[in-house]
Ligand binder design. Structure first.
Ligand code: NAD
Ligand code: WQD
Length: 339
């Protein structure tokens, strides 16, 4: 591709793995990140891993002037838009912050793109937009549901505004990628997920328990209508996810309009299956206790990933054991994340 790829949120968990995959595929990358939930160290490690450095701009996607300058001084051909806040519980307590960062941020970014006539956009959406589907696996043509929290609603709002945008101006080419449950880390153990403070998601919590940073895992409910009573999710390796973005990018530069793809594996695992798989690869016992369900959680959620395979020529390649061992390598090599 002739121009550079702008990666918003490129220092974060999924953005850093995708930035590395882009550089390894020969793209020139500019990372724009305000570092509110990440560390510049992830970019230094990317450089060590691939010998190439992404350009880095520390800034906020809500900063119009900075964005106009960025687009004016670089030939940017597409934007991969990861920047946003993602903690479900925090979004309930700070809805304005979430809508401002995620929705206003996305609007400001799209306005700057339109002013610069850059119309290729890949957006990080989430399976959360399906709400609580009645049938599994989930296909892209299932109706969107009612997300149970401001974070989820912000993702759905952005999807809808991007649909409206593509209808209003035919030059836009937009991919809405609905991720299922991203987990894992680069196989080198050098980049991975480094949550600030107390982890909310299952695997960061399990791996903290494994290294002794946290005492025990609370399993949120064992009375769901699933085979062992615990919640089932479609966990996808972050490297597979990163590769999916490259395929999506190649797709959108060849066509116009907006399209949606699930990025998942098509297989669901229960919380207890995850605990067992992690114990096997780490050789550590994960103490846990069963507690009440977490409000807003659904029983099960997994993707039908066929559309992405058919149209993007992309399929998740890495299995559960590889996901678990890559998390374990990252976590044991970096018990305090990038600190
Ligand atoms: P992350 O927090 O690690 O990465 C997001 C990055 O965006 C961080 O580096 C943060 O500093 C940056 N950022 C946040 N607000 C910004 C702003 N206003 N301006 C500039 N930079 C800003 O999260 P992640 O897990 O890598 O998620 C990336 C994207 O994928 C997010 O949009 C998230 O909602 C979406 N997503 C994540 C998951 C998941 O479980 N991790 C699932 C579905 C969708
Ligand atoms: C997975 C399973 C929990 C923690 C969230 C967001 C979603 C998306 C991905 C961004 C569930 C159980 C968890 C724990 C547990 N993010 N669990 N004890 O809830 O599927 O999805 O992250 O878009 O929007 O909602 O992921 O990792 O929190 O939970 O028992 O300490 O593990 O109940 O069944 P979730 P998760």
């Amino acid at each position: 591709m002739a121009g550079k790829i702008l990666v918003t949120g490129g220092a974060g968990y999924i953005g850093s793995h995708t930035t590395l995959a882009l550089l390894e595929s020969g793209y020139n990358v500019i990372v724009l990140d305000n570092l509110c939930n990440s560390s510049i160290e992830s970019l230094h490690r990317i450089e060590t891993l691939c010998g190439k450095t992404p350009e880095f701009v520390q800034g906020d996607i809500r900063d119009r002037i900075m964005l106009d300058n960025l687009f004016a001084s670089n030939h940017i051909s597409a934007v991969l838009h990861f920047a946003g806040l993602k903690a479900v519980g925090e979004s309930v307590n700070s809805p304005l912050e979430y809508y401002d960062n995620n929705v206003t941020g996305s609007i400001t970014l799209c306005q700057a793109m339109a002013r610069a006539e850059v119309y290729n956009l890949v957006f990080s959406s989430s399976a959360t937009v399906y709400g609580e589907p009645t049938e599994m696996p989930i296909r892209e043509d299932f109706p969107t549901g009612v997300p149970t929290n401001p974070y989820g609603r912000s993702k759905l709002m952005i999807e809808e505004l991007l649909q409206d945008l593509a209808k209003s101006e035919s030059r836009w080419s937009i991919a809405l990628l609905r991720y299922f449950n991203p987990v894992g880390a680069h196989q080198s153990g050098m980049i991975g997920e480094a949550p600030n403070g107390h982890p909310n998601n299952l695997l960061p919590y399990v791996s903290q328990v494994a290294i002794g940073g946290l005492e025990q895992l609370s399993v949120f409910g064992a009375n769901y209508p699933t085979q062992d009573g615990t919640g089932i999710r479609d966990y996808i390796h972050v490297q597979d996810l990163a590769e999916g973005h490259i395929n999506a990018l190649q797709n959108i530069v060849q066509r116009k309009g907006v399209d949606i793809w699930n990025l998942g594996t098509g297989t669901g695992y229960s919380v207890l299956e995850i605990i067992r798989a992690f114990e096997v690869v780490s050789g550590r016992k994960i103490p846990y206790k069963i507690v009440d369900r977490r409000p807003g959680d659904i029983a099960e959620c997994w993707a039908n990933p066929e559309k992405a395979e058919l149209e993007l020529n992309w399929k998740a390649k890495r299995g559960l054991s590889e996901m678990m061992s890559d998390i374990w390598r990252w976590q044991s090599n970096n018990p305090k994340g990038y600190d």
